[in-house]
Structures are given as structure tokens and as C-alpha cells.
Design a protein around this ligand. Structure first.
Ligand code: GCV
Length: 644
């Protein structure tokens, strides 16, 4: 096998309950059969012996009861010394994985009745047709090789991984549609797409494709892509009719329009609602859906322009359109208003679409959070976002309660371990579990992932959890302070460059002088705070009540600003950077202590990553601290080394 099975590599477990020796009941659907297959293989791996199959009810056994319908929920209940798993085909599949995971954790009768929080729980791949992956940190694409899509054994194991943690959709190509990806719509690759869709479908995973808004011109040779043009509408209708007929299990399209140079309806003086609705009508006869990204902002800003605020752009564009989208359109908004920084406030747009389907987008690919070379466990951050109260209503006002679907930019590639850093697989697993249940506990997820991956050695579990659970704060401390973002090397987004984005066109400025830093986003400044519900706006606009970890996102403050614990802002920045590096050293030492307790190949891969993390963390610490020192000429109170 040229790749790992990650958390699906079931380990032997002593004294498994006796019902795992017999499976009874009949299954009919593809997903039901996949559930049975997984149970047989899982029990065999854990017991060392295949279970027997019986169509009769025997005792004790695991009894499968398949219901008719598309439902995804399941119930897993004890029946004497056995268990009964009940659900429609997909439900059986999720229930089977639930049972296997919990048996592997050492539970004998893991009873559970569960159904997913959202009907769409997916991954977005930024894979290009040439096999490269935009912001990919774990090798090349396994969906595309030599210019076209491919279906391989890995596709099936990918589908298993997704289903095993509750995910049910995959958009396999980059939102920046380029090269041969354009021809995914043309019929040229229908055979390959059909194969991929069928392979994913066996595990309840729907296929999605990213499409270019100007495909009618690029592919169809039309003179325009105007969404109100009859010829354009007919072109999309015909194209969808042939594609959806040829590729069963195609769920719809993801569209990045009028964003970072991509074509869109604004070119024709049309709104995003007009653009999205035109596509929605074309896919509607096929039950298709349109996922329309809200990542729309001016990416050719003049840094001298102090009025335009990129953080405002998405709400300014989309909030006024709330309620104008068709039912099969989902507006896809990133978790923060800017772009997947280590610390951002929750996007105000998520609270401003009460009459539109909205889809929350996270990023597993750690573009700004260490690029899968630094350990940075993200489920805790995801949970913070999901739990965040948007305050537009008295009740049921959390992000989790305000959205209708979730997705994440994938962190997978064709590396042996799928995610480059072995510990980054915990992010994929955790996102899946949270997409099913947004109340899932990130600490429990880390524990579960560690046991499934490395086995049930308490010392390993405790150490891995300690590393994972502190890693986000550690990363934040030695990199970019208090929500300011963007002090990374332009383009690659790895390593420190405190002024790298300062005089550029991307709208990402901190405007530091020798006295103060930050962009004022209250009403006296850009007014961004006023995009939130009144209670939140009031909290954010006042520097005293603004959460400290977001101070520099919302306010321009002098370095002498007193933090709540009495330290100055500048001293806090120095302290964080020194502490962050020490914490990274401590994490690396903790990993070293696992030598001989985790498989040697995984040990070495992670050890290698920690070497790079420490090198890079030291660089961040010294460059950021020295840059502030050179600007202010205020020394560190503790007398630690700063460089002139
Ligand atoms: C796919 C950021 C990334 C781009 C990405 C874009 C997006 O700007 O740097 O690589 O493009 O976000 O989300 O569309």
C-alpha cells in the first residue's frame, strides 16, 4: 500500500464483546452494503478472525436493520448481549463507523441515536487539472493526473475516510478553474467523472465541481457570459442536461465569481443574485445546487487609500442581497471577514443572511497557520466559531444555528500520510466530527483520533492531546499578534515578513508607525464594527470591551496601551513571542518522549516537522520582536535579546 489508512487502520483489541462474532440482517442499498463490508473488515481486524454472517436473528449478534429512504441518521441500541443498528443505507454506514470507532476506543456497547446537523458536509479541494494543488502542503492531487481526472484505489479509501467521520460531499477541483479543468463541463471527462462519482457514492459522498462563470465564452464560444442573456442561459441549461445525465451523483457546482480576478456577473452590471440564480435554474431539473462563494473584495487596492476596508467587503456586497437567492443556492462564507488568519473575528456576514441558505467555509489546509509543517490543531478554533453568538436574536443565534451547511478547504494530497504532517490528520477527522455534530468536544476528538491512530497507550494519548490542544495558541503567540494578521511572506504565506503586505494591493495593512499600530474599525474609522448586531458592535467598538485577543484587528492603539493584566501592548507582544517559542520547544520535546511508543516511521516524520517548526518559530520570534524594537526603540523589560 503506498498510503496510510490513517484512523481506519483498526488495531487488534483484546476481549471484544461476543456480538462482534456474528452479523445478522440483510442490506440492499450500496451504502448499506458498504456498511456491512466495513463491519466485516473492522471486526476481522480487531478480533483477528472474520465474523460469521447470518440472515437469521441470532444471539448475541450485531443486527442490521435497513430502512427505506435517503435519511442519514442511525440508532445503535443494545439488544440483550447484542446490538441493533437501524437506519437507511447512509445511516447504517455512519452507524457502522460510529460503532467501529467506539469499539476501538474500548467501549463494548456504545449506544447512540444520532443524525447530522447539516445535510451538506463537505470538503473543497483546490486541486488543479495538472495535478498540482493550490495551497497544497501534502503532495500532489490524487484526483487529477497528467491533465485529467483519475479514479484510483485511493479514491475509494478517501471516500471511506470521509464517511467514517461523517462527511458527505467533495468538490474535487480548484475554485480557480484553469487549464483542463474547464473541460470538466464539456463531456470530455464524463467517463472519469462517472467513475469518481460512483466510487464516492458507494460511501454516501456526493461529487461537486467548481465551474468558471465565463464557461459559456471559454468553452461555448459565446460572445458573453451575461447571466440575463438568453443564449448564455440556454448554454448552461444544455451543458447541465448532458453532464448531470452522464454523471449520476453529481450534486452541483461551486462558483468563485468576481473574486481575485475571476469572472462574474459584475462584469455585466448584474448582481450576484442574478448570477447565482441563473446557474441555479440550470441545475434545478437535476436536483442540483449552487454553492456561491462570498469571498468578494477589491484586490487591487491602493495602499494609500485609507477608506476602503477589505474586512467590510463581503457584508457590503452580500447582506443587501439576502432573500433574493433561489432555494437551491447556498452562499459560502469563510469563517472570518478576511482570509483564514490565525485569529479573526467571526464574519458578520454569517448573521446577515437570515433569508438565504448559508454555508460556512473553514480551511484545513493550513495556508496561514503553518502549512502542515507546524502543528496547529484547528477543531478548537472551529468550535469557537460554531458556538459564537451572532446576537441578532435572543435565542438560537449561534453560528452553528444560523447556517445550513459546512465545508472546509481540504488538507489532503498524495503524500503517504495524506496530510503532510501526521498530526494534521486530526484536523480532517475533527472537522468531519464537528460537521456532523457542531457540539462535539475538540478535546474528546483529539483523544479519539490519537487512540485510533496510535493505539491505546495512555502515555501516548496524553502527550499527543497535550501537543494538539495547546498548538493553536502557541502558533499564534510566536507569529502574528492579537488579530492583526498578514505579517507573512507575500505569495507563499509562510514565514515572517512584517511589512510584506504593507504597500501591496491586497487591502491587508497594519499601518504601523513608531507610536501606534492597527486600523481603526470602529465608527470613527472604517465602520466595520457596525456590520455586527448592535450588542456585538458596541462590544467591539469600545477598546475597553473589545476582546483582547482581537485588539489589533479592531483598533489602532499606541504601544503603551495597557492590557488587562497591566502590561503594555508592546511588552505583551515581546512576551508572547518568547513564550510561544518556548512552548514550541516543549511540544517538540514531548514528541521526542514518544520514541518507541508510536510507529517509527510516523515518529520520524513528525520529528522532522518539529525541526522545521522550531527553526521557523525562532525566525518568527526574532524577526517580529526585532521589527517592533527597531520601530519603537523600547527595550524588552526582561532584557531578552532583541536585534538591531
Ligand atoms: C483558491 C486566498 C488564497 C488563494 C485562494 C483564495 C480563495 O486568497 O491565497 O490561493 O484561491 O484565498 O479562497 O479563493
Amino acid at each position: 500500500m503506498d498510503y496510510s489508512l490513517l484512523w481506519l487502520d483498526w488495531k487488534r483489541r483484546e476481549a471484544l464483546p461476543s456480538y462482534t462474532g456474528t452479523l445478522c440482517g440483510e442490506v440492499k442499498t450500496g451504502e448499506g452494503k458498504a456498511a456491512l463490508r466495513e463491519l466485516i473488515a473492522g471486526f476481522q481486524a480487531m478480533r483477528g478472525r472474520a465474523p460469521t454472517l447470518s440472515s437469521q436473528k441470532e444471539s448475541p449478534c450485531l443486527r442490521l436493520e435497513e430502512l427505506e429512504g435517503p435519511g442519514e441518521g442511525f440508532s445503535l441500541l443494545r439488544e440483550g448481549e447484542g446490538m441493533r443498528l437501524r437506519g437507511c443505507g447512509k445511516g447504517l454506514l455512519y452507524g457502522a463507523f460510529y460503532l467501529l470507532r467506539h469499539l476501538a476506543l474500548g467501549e463494548d456497547f456504545p449506544e447512540k441515536t444520532s443524525s447530522p446537523a447539516y445535510p451538506i458536509r463537505m470538503l473543497d479541494h483546490w486541486d488543479n487539472a495538472d495535478g498540482s494543488v493550490e495551497r497544497g502542503y501534502s503532495g500532489n492531487s490524487f484526483f487529477f493526473r497528467e491533465g485529467g481526472p483519475v479514479c484510483t484505489a485511493r479514491t475509494a479509501d478517501y471516500a471511506r475516510l470521509l464517511a467514517s467521520c461523517g462527511l458527505n460531499g467533495s468538490c474535487i477541483n480548484n475554485v480557480n478553474v484553469k487549464g483542463n479543468a474547464l473541460y470538466l463541463l464539456s463531456g470530455k471527462y464524463n467517463k472519469e467523472l462517472r467513475e469518481i462519482a460512483a466510487c464516492l457514492g458507494e460511501y454516501g459522498v456526493a461529487l461537486w465541481l467548481s465551474v468558471s462563470f465565463s464557461a459559456p465564452m471559454e468553452l461555448g464560444g459565446l460572445p458573453t457570459a451575461d447571466p440575463l442573456d438568453e443564449g448564455v442561459r440556454a448554454w448552461w441549461r444544455d451543458t447541465c442536461a448532458s453532464l448531470f445525465a452522464a454523471v449520476p451523483n453529481l450534486a452541483g457546482f461551486l462558483v468563485k465569481a468576481d473574486s481575485e480576478g475571476r469572472p462574474g456577473p459584475h462584469t455585466y452590471g448584474r448582481s450576484h443574485a442574478e448570477g447565482a440564480n441563473m446557474l441555479a435554474q440550470a441545475v434545478e431539473p437535476w436536483g442540483g445546487k449552487i454553492l456561491w462563494r462570498c469571498f468578494v473584495y477589491n484586490c487591487t487596492q491602493d495602499w494609500r487609500d485609507t477608506k476602503t476596508d477589505r474586512a467590510r467587503a463581503q457584508c457590503d456586497t452580500f447582506a443587501p442581497l439576502d432573500g433574493l437567492f433561489r432555494d437551491n443556492v447556498y452562499l459560502q462564507a469563510k469563517n472570518g471577514p478576511v482570509d483564514f488568519q490565525i485569529r479573526e473575528p467571526v464574519s458578520p456576514l454569517l448573521g446577515r443572511l437570515p433569508h438565504t441558505n448559508s454555508l460556512l467555509e473553514f480551511q484545513l489546509a493550513q495556508e496561514y497557520t503553518g502549512q502542515q509543517r507546524h502543528v496547529c490543531y484547528l477543531p478548537a478554533m472551529f468550535r469557537e466559531v460554531l458556538d459564537f453568538r451572532l446576537r441578532h436574536r435572543e435565542e438560537q443565534d449561534t453560528v452553528a444555528e444560523s447556517i445550513q451547511a459546512v465545508t472546509a478547504v481540504s488538507n489532503t494530497g498524495d503524500d503517504y500520510n495524506w496530510t503532510g504532517h501526521d498530526l494534521a490528520a486530526a484536523n480532517l477527522f475533527g472537522f468531519g466530527l464537528l460537521s456532523w455534530d457542531p457540539k462535539a468536544d475538540p478535546a474528546k476528538i483529539a483523544r479519539e483520533w490519537s487512540i485510533l491512530t496510535f493505539g491505546n497507550d495512555p502515555r501516548v494519548t496524553e502527550t499527543v492531546c497535550r501537543i494538539l490542544l495547546g498548538s493553536r495558541e502557541t502558533y499564534e503567540k510566536y507569529t502574528v499578534p492579537l488579530g492583526i494578521g498578514w505579517m507573512c511572506v507575500p505569495g507563499v504565506h509562510y514565514g515572517p515578513s512584517p511589512e510584506g503586505y504593507e504597500y501591496d494591493r491586497w487591502g491587508t495593512y497594519h499601518r504601523a508607525t513608531c507610536r501606534a499600530i492597527g486600523v481603526e474599525r470602529g465608527p470613527e474609522g472604517t465602520g466595520y464594527t457596525e456590520q455586527y448586531a448592535p450588542a456585538l458592535a458596541a462590544q467591539y467598538r469600545d477598546v475597553e470591551t473589545c476582546p483582547e485577543e482581537l485588539l489589533l484587528f479592531f483598533h489602532r492603539v499606541p504601544y503603551s496601551h495597557r492590557m488587562k493584566d497591566g502590561r503594555t501592548l508592546l511588552q505583551r507582544i515581546y512576551d508572547d513571542h518568547f513564550e510561544g517559542y518556548e512552548e514550541a520547544e516543549e511540544m517538540a520535546r514531548a514528541w521526542e518522549s514518544l520514541k518507541g511508543r508510536v510507529p517509527e516511521d510516523a515518529f520520524r516524520r513528525v520529528q522532522e516537522r518539529f525541526r522545521e517548526q522550531l527553526r521557523s518559530a525562532r525566525e518568527w520570534r526574532d524577526i517580529i520582536n526585532s521589527w517592533f524594537y527597531r520601530l519603537t526603540m523600547i527595550p524588552d523589560k526582561m532584557g531578552r535579546t532583541l536585534y538591531l
